[in-house]
Design a protein around this ligand. Structure first.
Ligand code: ADP
Ligand code: MG
Length: 464
């Protein structure tokens, strides 16, 4: 019927608007490199904040002792303790607990959020066993992974620039997040020294480097997306301080905030952004990361329902609920290999309360998942390629032995959405070409950010 023709037309237009041919990916990568230079040149010089992390030495393997880490990301929050045994023994023991952040706390007050964190940390400290022996007279030390844009003033202090990923706590903006944590720890009677404040990308970079000396960058694909990499200190014109002895500085790019006229944006992306908590911000994040992919799918399906009676004469009321289709659901549907796409059918039934769907409808849903995931994955690859270009590691150099470049990846999207991560890796190979691909490796640095924060606390311990 004419209605079905309209469904296919909406699908085709969406597919064209999301297209990421190799030429476009190269333009995006080049724009990323240009913005990296601009963000390093001056404060506010680019949408890419290119934040100085104060990490000028990455873990060597010699780190020793007993440290806590706390990871406040997007959806979950983890507390962890690790016992580090040095080069030989590495991570001797590791214990963690994961909690989800009650949604009201994401838009409440700073005190409420930090009280919740400090209480959870205090409870976790109370379960400390004999294995984790603290030397007499010593304070426990903590590496705090905080995955939001922070202007650091030292390795262990920094002010929150803005929230992302569905958080919006006005009174925390401009505050020292370590100060907020310390005040909350005092309120709950927990005595601990916050030794390092790190972004999750920086933690992942540190955790990755601990096991693999060729790690040069880290990328998170989780609720949000971001990247960090090791820059030459003398390539950071905006850095006013003394040059570090190592000659290096880890930069937290905050690449989620990247935008460029080369990004393929659709009407759905524009309306999603407009209705978000942070309109105009985090444009790359809004087309790549786990918080948003399922929501883009919902928006296209809603258009199909409204304009082409995709689900019949009435629009399923649930389809009008923002964020009702979560990215894990989308990835479960996308992975459905059954001949009648029964997973797609049952998800549509469970989530949208659409009792029956035909095979051809389910096939359209799969196509949409594929279009959305492919665009996100290919743009992630372009971003990584942009970093490699900035580092001069995108092509083999004449007369030099090939230096290996390893990218440490983490985040639920990368870890669990197979089609996404496979497409990202193959697109990166496509960008690099055969020869350069051999010297670039993408690894999964599982829980790198927590261990990384503990390692940075260890190498900056007050007792060294
Ligand atoms: P955070 O980014 O909040 O620190 P994670 O790295 O654990 O946390 O990522 C969680 C995010 O990963 C979820 O918000 C979701 O978007 C995405 N995710 C988790 N599981 C899956 C899955 N099976 N398929 C696709 N995406 C997933
Ligand atoms: Mg995280």
């Amino acid at each position: 019927s004419g209605k079905w023709g309209r469904v296919i037309e909406i699908l085709k237009v969406f597919e064209e608007d999301c297209a990421t041919p190799i030429g476009k990916l190269r333009q995006v990568a080049d724009a990323m490199t240009v913005e990296m230079h601009a963000g390093l040149a001056s404060e506010g010089g680019s949408k890419l904040k290119m934040l100085i992390s104060y990490v000028d030495n990455l873990p060597s393997g010699d780190e020793q002792g007993f440290f806590y880490a706390l990871d406040l990301g997007g959806t979950n929050f983890r507390v962890m303790r690790v016992l580090l045994g040095g080069k030989q023994d590495r991570v001797v023991k590791q214990e963690f607990e994961e909690l989800s952040i009650p949604p009201p706390l994401m838009t409440g007050s700073s005190d409420e959020l930090f009280n919740f964190i400090a209480e959870a940390l205090a409870k976790f400290v109370a379960t400390e066993g004999e294995d984790f022996h603290l030397q007499a007279g010593r304070q426990r030390e903590l590496g705090f992974t905080f995955s939001f844009p922070v202007k650091q003033t030292s390795l262990c202090s920094g002010t929150l620039i803005n929230w992302t990923k569905g958080f919006s706590i006005e009174d925390a903006i401009g505050q020292d997040v370590v100060g907020e944590l310390i005040k909350a720890m005092e309120r709950v009677g927990l005595d601990m020294n916050v030794t390092a404040l790190v972004n999750d990308t920086v933690g992942t970079l540190a955790g990755g480097r601990y096991y693999n000396p060729d790690v040069v960058a880290a990328v998170i694909l989780g609720t949000g997306t971001n990247a960090a990499y090791v820059e030459r200190a003398n390539a950071i014109p905006k850095w006013q301080g003394l040059l570090p002895k190592s000659g290096e500085m880890v930069i937290n790019m905050e690449w989620g905030n990247f935008r460029s006229s080369h990004l393929p944006l659709t009407e759905y992306d524009h309306s999603l952004d407009f209705e978000s908590l942070n309109p105009g911000e985090q444009i790359l994040e809004k087309i790549i990361s786990g918080m948003y992919l399922g929501e883009i799918l919902r928006r296209v399906l809603l258009k199909m329902a409204e304009e082409a009676a995709f689900f019949g004469d009435s629009i399923p009321p649930k389809l009008k609920v923002p964020f009702i289709i979560r990215t894990p659901t989308m990835s479960a549907m996308h992975s459905d290999t059954s001949p009648d796409l029964k997973v797609v059918g049952s998800k549509l039934k469970d989530i949208l309360e659409v009792p029956t769907t035909s095979l051809k409808m389910r096939k359209v849903v799969i196509s949409l998942c594929n279009i959305i995931a492919t665009r996100g994955a290919r743009l992630s690859a372009a971003g990584i390629y942009g970093i490699l270009k900035k580092l001069g590691r995108d092509a083999p150099k004449d007369g030099e032995t090939t230096q290996k470049s390893v990218i440490a990846m983490d985040g639920g999207l990368f870890e669990h959405y197979t089609q996404f991560s496979e497409c990202m890796e193959s697109s990166l190979k496509e960008l690099l070409g055969n020869e350069a691909s051999d010297s670039v490796e993408v690894i999964h640095s599982n829980d790198g950010s927590g261990v990384g924060a503990a390692l940075l606390a260890a190498s900056h311990s007050q007792y060294l």
